[in-house]
Design a protein around this ligand. Structure first.
Ligand SMILES: [Fe+2]
Length: 244
């Protein structure tokens, strides 16, 4: 329990399952979250047990960063922007190693892995092992996103929705548990630097696509994001243009 801390700004943090007393549901995810970019800055704070952990995590997270930059380049180009338009905004990177224990059958109806939410990121790269559990909301219905070997899932986060002037929509998703098998996943959260401007660029604003969001910094968004409890992109509401 060395990494357990109530401080949300800690460089590394162990989080336990908890009961949501308001909704009367149990949220089963246990996770170890830590900063990981640049790797050299944070690696000394990571666990030393198992002994291979730091080396394996550093290798995986360095490769995730490469995938992220390639994807963001393709996304920028698809929006008609310079290839490095989004890359230039990048700052930190946070990872969450998630564990979902198998659930007692009598508790299944009241137990979630993680409740419905969007990610407050640009994108999130999720590696799932073979046990299903991820669901995404599509046209009002929950859809299973079952693991495919050697494949990652990429979530559009709230910040890409704002940068793209709503051409990309942030993904509402949740994680379910089951009674037979424990489940694990690794979520890599891609964030901008604190002073990066997040509003849509001029190129994405015209009479058919008026600006949905004002310019705002990631620092302003971060102050807001912990105050808004919602299952959807409501964290962005206070940054909307009044006409949107
Ligand atoms: Fe998420």
């Amino acid at each position: 329990m060395k990494f357990y801390t109530p401080d949300p700004n800690s460089d590394i943090r162990l989080m336990k399952a908890y009961k949501d007393e308001v909704a009367n549901v149990y949220v089963a995810r246990e996770s170890l979250k830590f900063h990981c970019h640049p790797v050299e800055k944070y690696v000394d704070k990571w666990p030393t047990n198992p002994p291979s952990f730091r080396k394996s995590a550093a290798e995986y997270l360095t490769n995730v960063r490469r995938v992220e930059i390639t994807l963001l380049g393709a996304i920028s180009e698809s929006l008609g922007l310079e290839t490095d338009y989004i890359e230039k905004k990048l700052g930190g990177h946070y990872v969450s190693l998630n564990y979902y224990g198998a659930c007692e059958e009598s508790n299944l109806e009241l137990t979630y892995g993680v409740r419905a939410h969007t990610d407050p990121t640009i994108i999130t790269i999720l590696l799932q092992e073979e046990v299903p559990g991820l669901q995404a909301l599509s046209e009002g219905k929950w859809m299973d996103v079952n693991p495919i070997p050697d494949t990652v899932v990429v979530h559009v986060g709230d910040l890409l929705q704002a940068i793209s002037n709503h051409r990309f929509k942030s993904l509402v998703h949740q994680a379910m548990v089951n009674c037979e098998k424990e489940r694990m996943s690794i979520a890599s959260y891609c964030y901008p630097s604190s002073d990066a401007m997040i509003g849509p660029p001029e190129k994405l604003i015209d009479s058919d696509h008026p600006a949905v969001y004002k310019d705002f910094t990631f620092e302003e968004f971060s102050e807001q994001m912990w105050k808004v409890i919602a299952f959807d992109d409501a964290r962005l509401n206070s940054f909307k243009c009044s006409a949107a």
